[in-house]
Design a protein around this ligand. Structure first.
Ligand code: BGC
Length: 451
């Protein structure tokens, strides 16, 4: 760091703007707590940024769920169809196929998107001779949805680069049923719609009874947690439910949409936001998640290159293009051993910059570390906020998403920052949740089938 400060003072100055000290972290936790309370309360819900949607999932798995279930997983550029067989607590068999969602499908007509989903489901079922099996299906749909019941969810807004028309304000379960009916070649029962965070929590809770939070740091970011039903005012039965708990899908990506995070945002964040498909929306997500981290690094690099402060004044045309610095490059660069720059050199080589010396690469790594550290700090604030809100002293947190899964230091950074705020008062474990979207969907379908 000292070397960057001396050799690249401009880069150092830019990175300083991304620093979040403990005092600011506490402030973020406080502000988030307020927004969550607003989301939960009927009176303030309409103007809350963190909506805290009711998931209608009130039971965690017992570990004794069994059977065959279908799961659909739509939440990014990959769409998956899965056949999940719960054989025993230690044996869950998942057979699945991944299909890629083209930009045209993401941005085109909603009917075409759902027809494509139904077609993939039908192909998969035919391959597995399941077209008439009428299996229960859990639909993991990882976008903000207002739910009326376990199998009814209205899309509130698209995120993560989607903007297919005719879907916002519609019940997506109905859109899926209609697409299946149009084909007429398939019998399934859609029993539940869920968010990936809920699937992640359920999947983790299958093995750990004390799992109380599910978090995703991938293309997007979000978390869900276990709330007391009596606090969930948006749930019609909140005062007299026989079940004491309800999983709440926070949709924390929208935290900051009303300006409360402006005190930590930088002009690079503003820039990335203004060129996104949903400006002024998902502000917290844009500081944290994989869809934006690489772009933040790119903006910083472009500015340094414009000022001839890095790469010997060479200008890279490629780096001028949006999206060209992928978040996986950050993971690769930070996977180099300290003082080594093998991956870093390869990444820059691929971007057409062959003039970088080791010092430049050191500076590049520092910029990447700055962005991933800030992401982890903000996610840590979110987790601490939920832990304090639940007032639990012992819990597991199920986590998934490409950033958490692949970044070499993310787990450590999360813990380091959570420890700073929790100060030894809570025993917690962060657990990589295996295939939450698939296994979690099956578990919810199984738990629903019990009712
Ligand atoms: C969506 C959430 C989702 C998260 C992680 C966000 O953009 O709004 O519903 O859980 O991404 O996939």
């Amino acid at each position: 760091m000292d070397e960057v400060r001396t050799l690249y003072p401009e880069a150092y100055k830019i990175c300083q703007q991304f620093e979040i000290d403990q005092h600011k972290m506490e402030e973020i936790v406080l502000r988030m707590t307020r927004e969550i309370s607003m989301g939960l309360a009927k009176e303030t819900h309409p103007r809350a940024t963190i909506k805290c949607f009711t998931t209608y999932v009130q039971d965690l798995p017992s570990g004794r769920e069994r059977g065959r279930y279908l799961a659909l997983d739509l939440g990014g550029t990959n769409f998956r169809v899965l056949l999940v067989t719960l054989e025993s607590e230690s044996s869950v068999n998942i057979d699945g196929k991944t299909y890629s969602i083209s930009k045209e499908l993401m941005e085109g007509s909603g009917v075409k998107l759902f027809d494509f989903i139904a077609q993939c489901l039908s192909d998969f079922c035919k391959e597995h001779k399941l077209e008439n099996a009428n299996l229960p299906l859990g639909f993991t749909f990882s976008f903000p949805c207002k739910q009326q019941s376990i199998d009814n969810g209205t899309l509130v807004a698209w995120t993560k680069g989607f903007k297919a028309d005719g879907v916002v304000n519609k019940n997506v379960v109905e859109l899926l049923r209609e697409a299946i009916t149009r084909r007429g070649d398939l019998k399934v029962q859609i029993v539940a719609i869920l968010n990936d965070t809920t699937g992640t929590l359920m999947s983790c809770a299958f093995h750990r009874q004390n799992c109380k939070i599910g978090m995703i740091v991938g293309t997007g970011s979000n978390a869900c947690y276990v709330e007391k039903t009596s606090n969930v005012e948006m749930f019609p039965g909140y005062q007299n439910s026989s079940k004491p708990h309800m999983i709440i899908n926070c949709e924390w990506g929208a935290f900051g949409d009303n300006g409360v995070l402006d005190f930590v945002r930088t002009r690079y964040d503003v820039e990335v936001d203004s060129h996104s498909i949903n400006p002024k929306k998902q502000i917290f997500e844009k500081c944290i998640s994989g869809m934006y981290m690489g772009e933040l690094v790119r903006h910083i690099l472009v500015e340094l290159m414009d000022k001839d402060m890095i790469f010997k004044g060479v200008k890279s045309q490629t780096l001028q293009e949006r999206g060209r610095f992928e978040t996986r490059f950050i993971t690769e660069i930070e996977s180099d051993d300290p003082g080594k720059y093998r991956n870093a050199a390869m990444v820059m080589d691929n971007l057409g910059i062959r003039t970088s010396n080791e010092k430049d690469l050191m500076c590049l790594r520092y910029i990447c570390e700055t962005i991933s550290t800030r992401s982890a700090k903000l996610a840590a604030c979110g987790l601490v906020c939920l832990i304090r809100k639940m007032n639990v002293k012992d819990l597991s947190v199920g986590i998934d998403g490409s950033v958490y899964r692949f970044h070499p230091h993310y787990h450590r950074l999360l813990m380091q920052n959570m420890n700073l705020l929790l100060n030894g008062t809570v025993r917690y474990e962060l657990v990589l949740s295996e295939d939450g979207s698939g296994r979690g969907a099956a578990l919810i379908a199984a738990v629903c089938a019990k009712d």
